[in-house]
Write a protein that binds this ligand. Structure first.
Ligand code: CP3
Length: 378
């Protein structure tokens, strides 16, 4: 039996979807109102999240605790009328499973005990067996999917190879990507070897999430925007394109969202992939993104001599907008939706923030954002 047959039978074991607004929008079907969710919707801005994390002890223990990971995934859905859920986990589970020793220093973000700096470090990286070292993620996916009971679709996710590589080489978060870019310009072959291993890992990881019950996938290329134009194409996009192409072979029915922070300049580049949706941050106007993508669709259709489907768009409210007053949030949401639908087509768009919600947001303001999206008459 092929992997996709297998996933189809698994998908049928779960309750049918009651709210398919988000899936309809990305297929450019008619919708009653705009679907909306928030990147990082389960997180520290919610007091109930902080309470559950305190019970678990620390962040990674929370990710590995099936019941609590399920609980925190559902917490934002109890407060808000969201149109999707996202697996509670992290992009750094892959490097952790490869033996880099992930830990979180309070106030400093993620760190790795064993960053990748030498050929020996690279050669030591094991092949990822998602159902073995990352079985806790798959258990969480299945548990969340069951608990949702068809309420909304469930996102699985992964970091992009480039974004994962920056953490693995730097040993944590970075502002200038000193070591990663050092390799890019002094030993590009080394970086390509790592990216190649990561692309294989990401494919198998996302495949396993679909088999476990994920209904849609998002690839977070959070730091793609740090690259130069040609470097983005070679060191980030090429690998994302390969990942999406392979996922489409294994699971043709599962939509894929590709979110590159700072990737607005490269929508034409990213359009040359089988992703169904491109995520935007707040620097790119949605109406302009739509025009670029329509033009890319025409060019790619000519290039491949085969009709290419249009990409839906996801995004792109500046998360800092949620520090503003309810009136400001509503005005900004209305302007965003005017821009999303300016071309006249009243679908093909998923509302979201342009990056993750921050820990300093008042949860009531997140509700204003979500309700304003649904209140907008399309
Ligand atoms: O969106 C969701 O609700 C699902 C859960 C989710 C988390 N991280 C939980 C988390 C998702 C989708 C991620 C993705 C992630 N993780 C990204 C890509 C998205 C982006 O923001 O660009 C990145 C770059 C990471 C790496 C990471 N994990 C960092 C830099 C940090 C620390 C920064 C911070 O916000 O403190 C984490 C930890 C993390 N991942 C937290 C959460 C809720 C906070 C940890 C805590 O509870 O203390």
């Amino acid at each position: 039996m092929s992997a996709s047959d297998n996933s189809n039978s698994i998908q049928q074991e779960f309750a049918p979807l009651k709210n398919d607004r988000l899936l309809r929008a990305l297929r450019f079907e008619t919708i009653d109102t705009t679907p909306v969710w928030m990147m990082r919707q389960a997180g520290r801005y919610l007091p109930e999240y902080k309470a559950t994390r305190a019970e678990a002890g620390d962040f990674m223990s929370l990710c590995k605790d099936t019941d609590r990971a399920t609980e925190v995934t559902l917490q934002p859905l109890r407060r808000y009328d969201l149109d999707a859920a996202i697996l509670f986990s992290d992009i750094l589970t892959i490097p952790d499973a490869m033996g880099l020793g992930l830990y979180f220093e309070t106030g400093e973000g993620p760190k790795f005990k064993h960053p990748i700096r030498t050929q020996a470090d690279l050669d030591r990286l094991p092949l990822l067996e998602p159902n073995d070292s990352l079985d806790y993620v798959m258990r969480a996916v299945t548990s969340i999917r069951k608990a949702l009971n068809g309420q909304v679709p469930l996102f699985g996710f992964s970091g992009s190879p480039w974004t994962l590589a920056t953490y693995m080489i730097e040993g944590g978060s970075s502002k200038d990507y000193r070591y990663t870019k050092g390799f890019l310009y002094s030993n590009p072959e080394f970086l390509h070897q790592l990216l190649d291993k990561l692309a294989t890992a990401v494919i198998d990881y996302l495949d396993a999430q679909v088999v476990a019950g994920a209904q849609i996938l998002q690839i977070f290329d959070s730091w793609g925007g740090a690259l130069g134009h040609r470097q983005f194409i070679d060191f980030s996009h090429a690998y994302n394109k390969r990942i999406v192409a392979e996922l489409k072979v294994r699971h043709p029915q599962i939509p894929v969202v590709l979110f590159t922070k700072g990737g607005g300049l490269w929508l034409d580049v990213q359009a040359d992939s089988e992703a169904n949706v491109l995520g935007l941050d707040w620097t790119m106007p949605i109406d302009r993104a739509r025009q670029v993508l329509n033009e890319s669709q025409r060019q790619l259709t000519k290039q491949y001599k085969k009709i290419q489907s249009s990409k839906a768009i996801q995004g792109n409210l500046d998360p800092a907008t949620l520090y503003g007053s309810p009136a400001t949030i509503r005005a900004e949401v209305n302007a965003m939706l005017d821009s999303a639908y300016a071309g006249g087509e009243k679908t093909g768009y998923i509302a979201n923030l342009g990056h993750g919600i921050t820990q300093w947001v008042n949860p009531d303001n997140a509700k204003v954002f979500i309700d304003a999206v649904h209140d907008y008459k399309i």
